[in-house]
Design a protein. Sequence first.
Length: 291
Amino acid sequence: MSEKQKALSMSEKQTRGQNLLTVIFAIISVVWILPIIIVLFNSFKTNTSINPPTTFNLPNSETFVGFYNYTHGITFGEYPFYLSAGYSVYITAASVLLILLCTSMAAWYISRVNDGFSKLVYYLCIFSMVVPFQMVMYTLAATARNLHLDIPWTIPIVYLGFGAGLAVFMFSGFVKSIPLEIEEAAVMDGCTPVQTFFKVVFPMMKPTIISVGVLELMWVWNDYLLPYLVLDITKYKTIPIHIQYLQGSYGHVDLGATMALITLSLIPVLIFYLAGQKHIISGITAGAVKG
């Protein structure tokens, strides 16, 4: 077999392999997105048609109810949905901003000082990533109440503690890839350490900031267990807790309204993810260069 034939044979094998991977990933994508499609379709159906065996059926003239489930879900129950949405927006925004600001500064300090103390802090952050939340959730709830962190305005501090591990890891890897000469030039121009960070280093962190922001936002926005344990749910409910307690008399669950509110809760995260998706992969790979 000539060299040209061998090259063609290798090219055909690579093409087949790429086609096979495309089919596999397409199937995996459909499997992942199918539950979301089912929830979306069921949000426009009657309660009885959501139950088996018609759960996977498309809405038709008999089961289609339009946007009734959405309007009914928003107004259903004694606890207003707009309060739950407001608490979720505030907690998510405050928690993500606090995590991004504090962990980026901590990662810069850890990477540039690089002494025994900074290494200890770094490894403690890494260790926190492998500790299951269930191991500390009861002591956390008691500590949060004792420190008066059991209200929506202060719970972002609790999220900062749990979200710092991954964020510090990713930011540290990115900072190590930044040439030190850039920061030295800023210092020679008269910048203080704080000015050097916010005027030079922080803007260069944009890809990692977006990646960490998306990951933390998806976690905080969809989190059910931490607010349920820490907050007084008779006074404060986030959207996941509100959906869980979307019940009528005798514990009856309004499935249509539940599907509608789940769909509404997916929209902000989906928009944020689509807006920043081009930066996510670059941010993750940048944070792994010298991590």
